[in-house]
Design a protein around this ligand. Structure first.
Ligand code: UTP
Length: 289
């Protein structure tokens, strides 16, 4: 079982980041000096993925443009001797084989994934949410791929969250298999206190078997009137093997303002050009607060 393909759903409306996301897709907001989605594509590539499908909508064509060549700009950079900028502009376009499909109606994450059926065909595939950036020594998708391959299973990335926070995520019912890996038998999207299975929440990364498509196609709208991926995963976990990987790394939800700001500060502090300056700036600012 080799995972060569990934799907990045990026067709959400981004209402938590309005008004910025009225015309700029949230996946294209700059995270220091690159758009958010580039970090996600780089994680997929570092995990051995060759082909990537981005699920977009009519307001998101900035993404296809970004991963394309831009001859006029490149010629100008070349003539000006701006080699570093030229390299980065080209690198973004050459990262992977990127394909696009539109989700014509915003009917939920499960519906967005179902649009990938023809691209995926009959092989396991990774899913990386378009607004969740992971910072990890070993790419989080690779951690999931290895577990999925080892157990011949689908895999969901989880971490423990507080009891107050779990109601914003999907809670999974788990039993331990080995350190950081669990077997999954059930799950709930945005559980009320009495529906909580565990404090392990699914956080933005999955490796799925193609059986999910059949399930999603017959899925009725769930929480919020949307076709929920969690409802599909729940059924998948009851018919076939699924593991949860308590992944090592830090997840940033850049789809809400606080998460976006946390990520911006952490990534900027690590950036060779801006990091030393920002550290001093923050120290100075802290004195004034
Ligand atoms: P989110 O709920 O985080 O994204 O969906 P959203 O709907 O854009 O957010 P808000 O609440 O309006 O701010 C998780 C992922 O699923 C994708 C989103 O793009 C995001 O990557 N998604 C969601 C779709 O592709 N299609 C949908 O219909 C819904």
């Amino acid at each position: 079982m080799k995972v060569r393909k990934a799907v990045i759903p990026a067709a959400g409306l981004g209402t938590r980041m309005l008004p910025a996301t009225k015309t700029v897709p949230k996946e294209m907001l700059p995270m220091v000096d690159k758009p958010v989605i580039q970090y996600i594509i780089e994680e997929a590539v570092a995990s051995g993925i060759e082909d990537i499908l981005i699920v977009t909508n009519r307001a998101k064509s900035a993404m296809d443009d970004y991963f394309d060549y831009y001859p006029e700009l490149e010629t100008r950079l070349n003539q000006a001797g701006k080699d570093k900028e030229l390299f980065e502009v080209r690198r973004a376009a050459d990262l992977a084989n990127i394909f696009y499909v539109r989700q014509k109606e915003t009917r939920g994450l499960g519906h967005a994934i179902s649009r990938a059926r023809r691209f995926v065909g009959d092989e396991p595939f990774a899913v990386l949410l378009g607004d969740d950036i992971m910072r990890a020594e070993k790419p989080v998708t690779l951690q999931l791929v290895e577990a999925a391959e080892k157990y011949g299973a689908s895999a969901v990335g989880v971490q423990k969250v507080s009891t107050e926070a779990i109601s914003r995520y999907s809670s999974v019912k788990v039993s331990p298999l080995e350190e950081r890996i669990f077997s999954v038998s059930d799950m709930n999207e945005k559980p009320s206190p009495e529906q909580i299975f565990s404090n392990y929440a699914i956080l933005g990364r999955y490796v799925l078997t193609p059986g999910i498509f059949e399930i999603l196609e017959h899925m009725r709208p769930g929480y919020g009137g949307e076709i929920q991926l969690t409802d599909g995963l729940r059924e998948l976990s009851q018919h076939s093997r699924m593991v949860a990987v308590d992944f090592e790394g830090r997840r940033y939800d850049t789809g809400n303002l606080n998460g976006f700001l946390e990520a911006t500060i952490d990534f900027a502090l690590d950036h060779p050009a801006s990091g030393p300056w920002l550290r001093k700036f923050i120290q100075q600012k802290a004195k004034e607060l």
